[in-house]
Design a protein around this ligand. Structure first.
Ligand code: SAM
Length: 245
């Protein structure tokens, strides 16, 4: 199937991975869980991501692993009617919830919804001025392939922003954070979404994700330049940015 902007959609075997099951299971409650689990702080992390993206009217933006579209919503206002934003995700349930939410918010013709795998993006080389992946890279099986794929579809001069859980520097904070995510989080998941396992998976996937310096090296290896990162909330989250020159 070819989409409105002429992209070829890649069929995805949705049962293929555990990740798919997790996000099918949480899609409907995803936004409320985000607010609860992060005490609303994910909104600040996302706001900073938007500020660092440098998106202007007329730009083309890809929000990959965009889920329910928080970043897409902001970008669609920034790029205006001459720009475009592609909200892409591997998971049809998340995309559906995202599209419904954005339509409710009055988002119109400058947003396109594409089911795609970050490892094999179905877009031509040099397509986007900016790409964001927020809390998505840790779910991707082959992260190096995904970073290379993102670098390929960025325009020269374009920016890649990776917002992701990372490694807190302070041992006391690490301890409190471990208690929170391995004990409280699955209980909250059970209570609010009726699903403790998905939130157990979340805590595990966060611990296994590369730390700040490792991810910086991976972005450089994928061909991005001037890679830098900012720790947020004591390094619980980090925002990495790289440029394709
Ligand atoms: N970016 C949104 C946000 O910050 O609220 C959603 C983040 S959500 C935690 C992670 C998303 O990554 C899910 O919607 C999931 O379906 C998607 N995802 C997982 N693996 C993916 C892949 N290989 N390619 C594209 N999206 C993927």
């Amino acid at each position: 199937r070819t989409t409105h902007f002429g992209y070829q959609e890649v069929p995805v075997d949705e049962k293929a991975s555990r990740v798919a099951d997790v996000f099918h299971s949480v899609a409907a409650r995803y936004d409320v869980m985000n607010d609860l689990m992060s005490f609303g702080i994910h909104r600040l992390w996302k706001r900073l991501t938007i500020e660092r993206a440098g998106v202007r009217p007329g730009h083309s933006v890809l929000d990959i692993a965009g889920g329910t579209g928080d970043l897409t919503l902001k970008f669609s206002r920034l790029v205006g009617p001459r720009g475009r934003v592609v909200l892409a995700d591997i998971n049809a349930s998340m995309l559906r919830v995202g599209r419904d939410k954005l339509l409710d918010q009055g988002v119109g013709g400058n947003v396109e919804y594409v089911q795609a795998n970050a490892e094999t993006l179905p877009f031509p080389d040099n397509s986007f001025d900016c790409i964001t992946i927020a809390f998505g890279l840790r779910n991707v099986t082959d992260k190096d392939a995904a970073l290379r794929s993102m670098a390929r579809v960025l325009k020269p001069g374009g920016r890649l922003l990776v917002l992701e859980f990372s490694k807190p520097g302070n041992p006391l904070l690490t301890r409190a954070y471990d208690d929170y995510s391995f004990h409280l989080l699955p209980r909250m998941g059970q209570l609010v979404a009726g699903d403790a396992d998905s939130y157990r998976y979340l805590a595990e996937s966060i611990r296994m994700h590369p730390d700040q310096e490792t991810l910086k090296g991976m972005m450089e290896a994928a061909g991005l330049e001037r890679v830098e990162y900012t720790n947020l909330t004591g390094g619980i989250v980090a925002l990495h940015r790289g440029i394709k020159l």
